[in-house]
Design a protein around this ligand. Sequence first.
Ligand code: ZN
Length: 286
Amino acid sequence: MKREKGELPEPLDAEVRRKVAPVICYPTDSLAPPDLAAYRAAREGWRKVDEVVVPPRDARCFEVPAGCFFRIVSIEGPQVGDLNLWAANDLDERFFSGKTRALQGTHLSTGDRLWSSLPYLRPMATITQDTLDWYGFDEWGGSVHDVIGTRCDPYTHRLLSGHDYHYCCHSNLTRALARHLSRPREEAEPAVHDVLNVFMCTGFTRDTGQYFMKASPVRPGDFLEFFAEIDLLGSLSACPGGDCSTEHSSDAASCHPLLVEVYRPKAPPEGWTSPARNGYSRDHGD
Ligand SMILES: [Zn+2]
């Protein structure tokens, strides 16, 4: 929010303190970089083994075995997708948007990993191709595929507008997971988590630090491609915000379906092994 000037005067050395250079919180130099050439080579001769169309203002689940790829494809018009990921055999291990942001940055692209929640903290997926990587950061500091938003949800909508809307991404993801698990919605809902905002163009305003969105640059044919590092259950919501140029949490925006494609390579990428769970002892000291 906008920082109001306080009642007290600035300290005499305020400018000196502001001029201290930043350091990166989590340097990742100690991590082996993904072998993108090996991932690319594994696409040669791959076979599409599944595809799922996600209807507008709704979500669908899909499964991707470790060692396979999946693509989220724009098919009919600019559309933003909200992605959840779980370990296929343990829904407690799920995508950790916050730590992914801390490790990889506010927006993801080719070569970035999607990390799982504590205590697992391992790469769930690696982004192997992004047709929007040309976008970079625009003059407002906006970029695509963020891990800074959470997901549109009916509770925040109720809080801010006083009305109920049932087709926010949170609700879409809840319905899809409940259907997939054949469980009641109230059991599925707690597993829904902060998302990767696929194709969404977002940033923070420079003057007030507020989360902003703008029309997504995605066009039909664009895709974001992932390699499954572990067995994955995914769920993708086609956000009611459409291209998120104006509003979400309503039926006002023009919305389009999204396509998920799953590809099985002839052989896993050379030298690849599925990552183990984090090695911390979980002792937590005395
Ligand atoms: Zn949404």
